[in-house]
Design a protein around this ligand. Structure first.
Ligand SMILES: [Zn+2]
Length: 117
């Protein structure tokens, strides 16, 4: 995939997530379901809110990663591993265009995390 196609793909992904987040945020503001049920219903809604907030935060983090990937495309460091400076496999980038480390470093980091637990 050339850089322009990749940029377009990253931007489309960002737009898609922002649309989804706008919906989540409007749900959180109760534009559709005002909080006026009984206590049990409110408890369920509040629990649901926590799930939505976590999702919202995940989505924001994902958008930040996608924007960072666009930045790396601009400065020519896209596709390079941030840990070992090696090349990230095209198939890996294809599946996750926002990744910043090669598969080897990702496995190392995972293994390190496992032994720390
Ligand atoms: Zn690496």
């Amino acid at each position: 995939m050339n850089d322009d196609a990749l940029r377009e793909r990253l931007r489309a992904r960002i737009r898609e997530i922002l649309v989804r987040n706008a919906k989540i945020e409007s749900d959180l503001r109760r534009e559709r379901t005002p909080l006026e049920g009984d206590w049990d219903e409110n408890a369920i809604l509040l629990e649901n809110d926590q799930v939505l907030e976590a999702l919202d935060a995940d989505n924001r983090a994902h958008v930040a990663q996608l924007r960072a990937a666009l930045g790396r495309l601009d400065d020519g460091t896209y596709g390079r591993c941030m840990r070992c400076d090696g090349k990230i496999a095209p198939a890996r980038l294809e599946a996750m265009p926002e990744v910043t480390v090669c598969i080897g470093c990702a496995r190392d980091a995972e293994a390190a995390q496992r032994t720390r637990r």
